[in-house]
Ligand binder design. Structure first.
Ligand SMILES: Nc1ncnc2c1ncn2[C@@H]1O[C@H](COP(=O)(O)OP(=O)(O)OP(=O)(O)O)[C@@H](O)[C@H]1O
Length: 392
C-alpha cells in the first residue's frame, strides 16, 4: 500500500469559478496546455509547474520531447499565453531514485518494468500533491485522459477517459487513495481531436506538437538504454519442453515475456516465444504460443482506490496497457497483494508489469505482477492444484 499523503480533510467538489488555487502539471505537451487553459476558463487560480527530470550531465536530446529543456521552454510560453505563473521544479534526484534506478533494477531481475506507473505513483501524485499544498494549491491537475467522478456520497473515483484510444487509467492505479479528492483531469471527458481543436482555436503553440512516444528518459530503444547501464552476461536459450539448448543470448535483460522476434535461434525458422527469464541460471527459456498462456496471476505492491472489503470478487483486469481487459475472479486479496484467476487464459503475463483492476469503467486499483499461474491439464499428475510457474 502507498504511504498516506498528509493532506487537509476531504474537500467538496470544486465548483467552477470557485477561485481555488490549482497546480497544473505542465509537460510542454498539448494535453497539459489545454488543461491549464480550461482550468483558467473555469475560474481557478492556476499555477503552472513543470517537474525537471533531465540531468545536467547528459546531452539535452537524451530526453524525449515531454521532459526536456525544449519542453520546459514550451510549457513556460504556454503558461504566458494562458496568463498563469509558471515554475520549473527540480525533481532530478527523486526521478533517479524512484524511477530510473528501479527501472534498471527490474530489468536486472529479469522483469519488465513500467516506469510511467511508478512516476505517477511516486512523483506526480505523491510528491507533487505535497508540493502543491506547500504552494497554497488545493488541487493538482494533469492532462491525463482519466475521468474524475464524484458520487452522491462525495466519494471521488477515477474512471476510464472518454477517448478509448487515449484512456490512461492503466497508469494511475498506484495513486494514493487519500490524494484522489485533490486531483483534477480537465481533459478526461474530451477526445484527443477536441483537445487539439481547443489548442488550435486559442493559438496555443503546442497545438500541433506530436505525441510523445517513448519512455521519457529513454529517447531511443529500451534495449540500447539497458545495454548502456547494465552489465551484459551471455548465456543459453533453452527449449522449455526439453531443456535443449536452441540458441545463445547476450543477457536476460534484453528479453521480455512473449517476445518472438530477435531471438537469434539456431533454427531461425521456428517460431518461439520467450516463456521465462531465469536470472539465477542466466537462461532464457522459449516455447510455443500456448506456453505463454497463463490462467491467473499473483500481484504484490497492491494499491486499492476503495475499501478492500468492497473489492468485488468478480472484476476486470488488464495486464498490459494495450491489451483488452479480461474478467477475473479474486482468489485472494489483502493489503499487500492479490491473486486472480482469469476467465480466459492471458498471453505473456509479465512479472514487473501492472495488473490493473476495474469494475467496468471504474479504476479499482492494481498491483505489480510477481508471478503468473497456470492450471495444469487435468490428466497430468499434479503436486498442487495450482502451480506458480517457477522454472529455475
Ligand atoms: N515533466 C512533467 N512536469 C509536469 N507535469 C508533467 C510532466 N510530465 C508529464 N506531466 C503531466 O502528466 C500528464 C500525462 O503525461 P504524459 O507523459 O502521459 O503526457 P501526454 O499524455 O503526452 O500529455 P501532454 O500532451 O500534456 O504531454 C501530462 O499531461 C502532464 O499534466
Amino acid at each position: 500500500m502507498s504511504a498516506p499523503v498528509p493532506l487537509s480533510p476531504p474537500v467538496p467538489a470544486p465548483a467552477a469559478g470557485s477561485g481555488e488555487r490549482v497546480l497544473c502539471a505542465m509537460s510542454g505537451g498539448v494535453d497539459s496546455s489545454v488543461t491549464a487553459a480550461l482550468l483558467k476558463d473555469q475560474g481557478y487560480q492556476v499555477v503552472g509547474a513543470m517537474m525537471r527530470f533531465w540531468p545536467d550531465d547528459k546531452r539535452v536530446d537524451t530526453f524525449d520531447t515531454c521532459c526536456s529543456p525544449d519542453a520546459a521552454y514550451e510549457a513556460r510560453r504556454v503558461a504566458e499565453q494562458v496568463g498563469v505563473p509558471f515554475y520549473l521544479l527540480d525533481y532530478r534526484e527523486q526521478f533517479q531514485r524512484h524511477i530510473v534506478g528501479p527501472f534498471l533494477d527490474e530489468y536486472a531481475r529479469g522483469r519488465t518494468p513500467n516506469p510511467c506507473v511508478n512516476c505517477n505513483t511516486k512523483v506526480k501524485f505523491d510528491e507533487l500533491v505535497k508540493k502543491a499544498k506547500m504552494l497554497g494549491c488545493r488541487y493538482v491537475a494533469t492532462g491525463h485522459y482519466v475521468k474524475r467522478v464524484e458520487t452522491a456520497a462525495g466519494e471521488v473515483q477515477f474512471h476510464r477517459g472518454d477517448d478509448p484510444r487515449k484512456d490512461q487509467t492503466y497508469f494511475l492505479w498506484g495513486t494514493p487513495r487519500e490524494a484522489l479528492p485533490y486531483i483534477l483531469f480537465p481533459v478526461g471527458e474530451l477526445e484527443k481531436p477536441q483537445v487539439r481543436a481547443i489548442a488550435e482555436a486559442r493559438g496555443l503553440l503546442t497545438a500541433r506538437k506530436p505525441e510523445s512516444q517513448n519512455i521519457c528518459f529513454v529517447p531511443g530503444k529500451v534495449q540500447d538504454f539497458v545495454a548502456e547501464h547494465l552489465p551484459q552476461a551471455s548465456g543459453f536459450i533453452r527449449e522449455i519442453a526439453t531443456g535443449e539448448v536452441v540458441g545463445e543470448h547476450l543477457g536476460t535483460q534484453f528479453y521480455t515475456l512473449g517476445q518472438k522476434k530477435g531471438l537469434g535461434l539456431y533454427q531461425s525458422h521456428r517460431v518461439r516465444h520467450v516463456v521465462h527469464l531465469d536470472t539465477a541460471t542466466n537462461t532464457v527459456w522459449v516455447g510455443n504460443y500456448e506456453d505463454c498462456l497463463w490462467t491467473g496471476l499473483r500481484a504484490g505492491s497492491a494499491n486499492y482506490l476503495l475499501d478492500l472489503s468492497a473489492l468485488p470478487t468478480e472484476l476486470d483486469v488488464q495486464v498490459r496497457y494495450r491489451t483488452a481487459p479480461v474478467k477475473a475472479r479474486v482468489v485472494h486479496a489483502d493489503e499487500h497483494g492479490f491473486e486472480l484467476a482469469f476467465a480466459e487464459p492471458q498471453f505473456a503475463v509479465a512479472p514487473g508489469q501492472s495488473a490493473v483492476l476495474y469494475d467496468g469503467p471504474r479504476l479499482l486499483g492494481g498491483g505489480l505482477i510477481e508471478d503468473h499461474v497456470r492450471e495444469l491439464p487435468p490428466l497430468r499428475p499434479v503436486p498442487r492444484k495450482r502451480l506458480a510457474v517457477n522454472l529455475s
